[in-house]
Design a protein around this ligand. Structure first.
Ligand code: EPZ
Length: 418
């Protein structure tokens, strides 16, 4: 298993170009199963998770070709397989996003129940509530889950929690359902809007994405399209925190600043100077001495993103004062706390709250990435820890960050993969 060796680095300086968003590419790749003509996706990040999703599409009978950098061509005209094998689902639970498209295209779908993961049980009850409302029969046995529907008919569906995945899966199951579907208390993340824009390019009729109520009018068939994936707001946030924690001066480009408002706000409260250019596709972050302690509460969009919680905790570990971070989205997303404590952080967990007493400086120690964002937080902590920090299980990091060591090297950091 490869590791990262992260050296303490001088203040990071320079510009980094942000890649396409993993959490937009994955649902849009799944949605490509709905098209019956060529689909060209641009700005697709080269990530492990993207490769696995492409493996799933090929397994189901879609033609998937990697053209040059970041461009994938997909043709799902002749998909013929409605079953996703266990080994693919177990590699990446986002494969579950093919259920909605398969239910729509083939009237049936079968896969293994997606496992939980380090950050929580990750239930799928809201996905199934939506499929049932549209007329699907669901059967769960021996760890497999099947959904079958002669015909899908639109309905009004209320989500008890604005689940990103459930909103996406139900949208994709409703695009060709008879009549109209309304999703109430829908997720409002930018990735939902990107998916809706992509589906409408294919010929769907979706309105309201980005608000808590999405209306989908069923259409007969979906064709093809060319679509560029939106920039990754979490990767952008990660590099912005890197500037803050190293007291550097970093510009992230190819961003959409309206997608990272909570991150900008909290970094400003921590004392950073942040300059957005007029069309909002470049944001400059200037660290300003030791960060001030700020409190964070993660919430569904447009609240502070849970995917930035671990990275911000690394920053608060060296802040002047005490900060409280409350994780309201996932039930077990504090796996990085023990690892940060090994590096000298002073953090106490009380239920869904973490109380962080800022320390002067952190020290290097052998640590392990427990999930994708926790891994990113350990890299950030390693940048300001005395000595060389060895981070294990970095396959988690490779799932969500394209060429992370090259991007950091360009800013003056020394991260070696061994
Ligand atoms: C998506 O996961 C993202 N993954 C996650 O990013 C992100 O953390 C999460 O949204 C929240 O923003 C992808 O887009 C591939 P949810 P998802 O359904 O869809 C509960 C990363 O690091 N819930 O909004 O699984 C669930 O238990 C990953 O890139 C139900 O109760 O998130 C959780 O507490 C990590 N029933 C909460 O909703 C359901 O049927 C949020 O889950 C579904 C979800």
């Amino acid at each position: 298993m490869s590791k990262f060796l992260v050296e303490k680095c001088p203040p990071l300086r320079g510009t980094v170009r942000i890649s396409g968003a993993k959490n937009s590419a994955l649902p849009i790749l799944a949605a490509s199963l709905l098209g019956t003509e060529d689909i060209i996706l641009e700005d697709v990040p080269r990530l492990k998770d993207v490769e696995v999703m492409c493996e799933v599409l090929s397994y189901l009978g879609a033609k998937v070709e990697f053209l040059d950098k970041g461009i994938i061509r997909i043709n799902s005209k002749d998909i013929n397989n409605y079953e996703t094998p266990y080994e693919l689902m177990s590699k990446m639970r986002a494969s579950f996003l093919v259920m909605g498209p398969l239910l729509t295209r083939l009237g049936k779908t079968k896969t293994s129940l997606p496992g939980g993961c380090a950050i929580g049980t990750r239930p799928i009850d809201l996905h199934l509530k939506g499929f049932r409302a549209l007329g699907a029969e669901i059967d769960v046995n021996h760890g497999n889950i099947g959904a079958y529907a002669e015909k899908l008919v639109g309905d009004r569906i209320y989500l008890d929690f604005p689940s990103v995945g459930a909103t996406e899966n139900i949208m994709m199951a409703a695009v060709m359902a008879e009549g109209e579907t309304i999703i109430d208390n829908a997720a409002m993340e930018p990735e939902i809007v990107d998916l809706s824009n992509f589906l409408n390019k294919l010929g769907a009729d979706i309105k309201g994405a980005g608000t808590s109520s999405i209306r989908i009018k069923g259409v007969k068939e979906l064709g093809g399209a060319t679509h560029s994936i939106i920039p990754d707001r979490i990767e952008a946030g990660t590099f912005m925190v890197a500037a803050a924690i190293t007291k550097g001066d970093v510009t992230v480009e190819n961003v959409i600043s309206s997608h990272i408002k909570p991150i900008i706000a909290k970094l400003r409260e921590a004392g950073c100077v942040i300059i957005e250019n007029e069309n909002g596709d470049k944001v400059r972050v200037i660290g300003n001495g030791r960060p001030k302690a700020v409190d964070i509460k993660t919430l569904p969009y447009p609240g502070f993103p849970t995917d930035m919680q671990a990275q911000f905790m690394a920053l608060m570990s060296i802040s002047k004062g005490t900060s409280v971070i409350i994780e309201t989205v996932f039930e077990n997303r504090f796996m990085h706390v023990d690892e940060l404590k090994r590096m000298g952080a002073d953090i106490k967990i009380d239920g869904r709250s973490a109380i962080i007493q800022g320390v002067e400086s952190l020290m290097s120690a052998p640590v392990k990435a427990t999930d994708l964002r926790a891994g990113a937080a350990l890299v950030l902590a390693g940048l300001v820890s005395d000595g060389v920090t060895e981070i294990g299980d970095i396959h988690h990091i490779d799932r969500g960050y394209e060429n992370i060591e090259e991007k950091f090297a360009k800013l003056g950091a020394k991260i070696k993969r061994v």
